[in-house]
Design a binder for this molecule. Structure first.
Ligand code: SAM
Length: 337
């Protein structure tokens, strides 16, 4: 029987503390880049531990900033570390770190925006796995800037749905921080008061694990809210096996009237003069009680509703691009014109 691999720890040479790095390099936190630095090594290590075994893996860290999490990742001896940081002021400190471990870890520093960077260009070809295999030895880790965290996860879910970017290499896992409320929404099960479109979207393509909270007090400067640490592992098969954009649209509309019955939201998928009839048809086809609120629906019930919508637009393709917010889209006749 193979013995479990002994955890290798890389010992970094003595380095100034993160507090001193911030002071020495005069790295005043910028609000526009949602810079809240995590100062406590114990919590930093806890985030990295939440990613599981990362020794010999390819790790990509989003927004390393002054490098607190980066140091903890390096100590776990990854094979390769890719750092994506938008704020150029941090690059010299990250270069110092890369230099301190250059014989042991291959570090790539990308001075750029994670929303515009395909980090998979930096992955070695041999870490690729089939989608149905265990996840590849790749981890995406980040104490994400609040300003982009929801946009980023939605964008990544779309890439997961298409098995593109980091997910062209298999079911790449993520360990990420979000505002506590956003993290709670991502993991919220049916009937939870936080249940929303983001919950169903995340759970449709990933297994979402809410790991733990971090008090806002642990950050410098202190944000107004606490933080939740979440891990996401792409599912072998999504629950709703339909294109991302269609699922996103149906869920957005169904959740658009939270206080009312969900069918009222579904009505906005169709032109005004047929909306009641079409939404009822959709609910009947899906065998869902129209007197149900959106947070009361299970992921499998959303799947049936999305498939019913898909079937309806196969029959009435003119409804596919209907957008109830567009002033011209008032009736099916206009939609037909
Ligand atoms: C919440 S701070 C975390 C800093 C550090 N990792 C820590 O935990 O102390 C977010 C970091 O993301 C960076 N950042 C903000 N927007 C970014 C973007 N679009 N792409 C890459 N990095 C970004 C910020 O400059 C900052 O360093």
């Amino acid at each position: 029987m193979a013995l479990p691999k002994k955890a290798l720890q890389i010992r970094l040479p003595p380095l100034p503390s993160i507090k001193d790095v911030i002071r020495l390099y005069k790295l005043r936190a910028l609000k526009e880049l949602s810079q809240n630095f995590l100062m406590e090594p114990r919590l930093i290590d806890k985030i990295v531990r939440a990613a599981g075994h990362i020794q010999d893996n390819v790790v990509c860290e989003v927004g390393p900033g002054p490098g607190g999490i980066t140091r903890s990742i390096i100590q776990q001896a990854p094979r390769k570390l890719i750092l994506v940081e938008k704020d150029k002021r941090f690059i010299p400190t990250l270069e110092l770190l890369a230099d301190a471990c250059k014989d042991k870890v291959d570090v790539d520093i990308i001075s750029g925006d994670i929303l515009k960077t395909d980090v998979s260009h930096f992955f070695p070809a041999d870490v690729k796995r089939d989608w149905t295999d265990s996840p590849p030895p790749i981890n995406l880790i980040g104490n994400l800037p609040f300003s982009i965290s929801t946009i980023l996860i939605i964008r990544w879910l779309e890439l997961i749905s298409k098995q593109e970017g980091p997910w062209a290499f298999g079911r790449t896992r993520m360990t990420l921080t979000f505002q506590k409320e956003v993290a709670e929404r991502m993991a919220a099960p049916m009937l939870d008061k936080q249940r929303c479109r983001l919950s169903v979207m995340c759970q449709n393509w990933c297994k979402v694990n809410y790991k733990f909270d971090i008090s806002g007090k642990a950050f410098l400067p202190k944000p107004d809210v606490d933080v939740g640490v979440v891990t996401l592992t792409p599912l072998k098969e999504p629950i709703i096996k339909l294109p991302f954009k269609m699922v996103e649209k149906v869920l957005r509309q169904i959740f658009s009237m939270r206080q009312k019955y969900s069918i009222r939201g579904a009505q906005t998928l169709f032109p005004k003069d047929v909306c009641e009839e079409m939404a009822l048809r959709m609910y009947n086809m899906a065998e869902i009680d129209p007197v149900t609120k959106s947070f009361q629906l299970a992921n499998t019930e959303f799947s049936r509703l999305c498939h019913a919508y898909h079937e309806i637009i196969q029959k009435y393709p003119e409804f596919e691009h209907y957008d109830y917010r567009a002033p011209k889209n008032k009736s099916s006749e206009e939609a037909n014109m």
